[in-house]
Design a binder for this molecule. Sequence first.
Ligand code: UFG
Length: 315
Amino acid sequence: MRVLVTGGAGYIGSVVAAQLVDVGHEVTVLDDLSTGHEDAVPEGARFVRGDIREPGAALDGVEAVLHFAARSLVGESVEQPGRYWAHNLGGTLALLDAMRAKDVRRIVFSSTAATYGEPERSPIVEDAPTRPTNPYGASKLAVDTALTAFAGMYGLGAVSLRYFNVAGAYGRFRERHAVETHLIPNVLKVALGERPSVSVFGTDYPTPDGTCVRDYIHVADLARAHLLALEACAPGSHQIFNLGNGTGFSVKEVIEVCREVTGHEIPAIVGDRRPGDPAVLVASSDKIQRELGWKPEHTAMRGIVGDAWAALSGK
Ligand code: UFG
C-alpha cells in the first residue's frame, strides 16, 4: 500500500515507518523536523520536509495516512495551550481536508491515554469517561471526536490508538527529545553520565511504594499494532483501541530495573509531585487483542529498558 507517515522522523513514527517498509509498503514520511531528526527516517522511505497543514504532493497517490506529527509534552501544553490546539487539532483538521481533497480514505491516528484523565477504574477500558486534565489530552480527544464525525459524514475509515507509556527502542530507532521529560530516558541518562541523578516526582501517592504506577509498552509492540490498525480501517467507521501491556510498574521499580540493566547505582532524589500526574494509569488492551489479534511480545521491563539502553549507549 502507498502510505504517508506524518511525524515519521520522530520516535514512534520512525519505528512504524521502518516496520511498514520492512513488510513492503511504499512509505513517504512527512515531517517538519521541529522535534524529529532526518536521520531517523528509515532507509527505503521517501522523506518530504513539510507541514501537515500543507501536505501538497506528499499525498499524491496515497491510500492511507498514519498520523503521528503532534506536540506531545503535557507540561508544555499547560503553559502554551494555544500551541496544542493549533498544532494538534488545527493541523489535523487541515490534514483531513487535504485528504478529502485527494480522496485518501484511511487514517490511523496517535491518540493517548491522556484523553481519559484521572481514571475511575483500573485497568482503563475504551468506554471509560474521557475527562482530560491538560490541553495535550484535550487536543487529542478533540481529534478523536472529529474523526468520528468525518467517518460518519464522509465515509473515512479511521482507527485511533490510545498509547500509554511508550518505551524501549527498535534497533537504532530510539527516543531523542531535545527536552527529555520521560522517566526511562532520564534515568538512563544518569547511567550514561549525562545527569548526576534522577528526580522521583512524589512518594506519597496511594500506591504500594508511594510512587506513580504506569503501563510501559515496548515501541516495537506498539508499532506492530499500527500495521494491524491500517488493515482494520473500514469505510465509515472510527474505531478506538487502548495500547498498553496491562501491567503497571512504579517509578521506583523502573529505576531499580535500570540499575540492574546498566550496572550503575543511579542516584535518585525524591522531589515534589509533578502537577497533573495521576497515581495509576494502566491500560486494558483486551479490545485490540480480541478484535485485531494484537498481542504484546516484549512485556518484561528488563527487556524494554535493555533495548532502550542498548540503543542509547551502543552497548
Ligand atoms: N517521573 C519521575 N521523574 C522523571 C520523569 C518522570 O519521577 O524524571 C515520573 C512521572 O511523575 C510519572 C512517571 O515517572 O509518574 C512517568 O512519567 P513520564 O513523563 O515518563 O510519562 P507520563 O506518564 O507523564 O506520560 C505519558 C506520555 C504522555 C501521555 C501520558 C498519558 O508520555 O504523552 O503518558 O497519561 F499523555
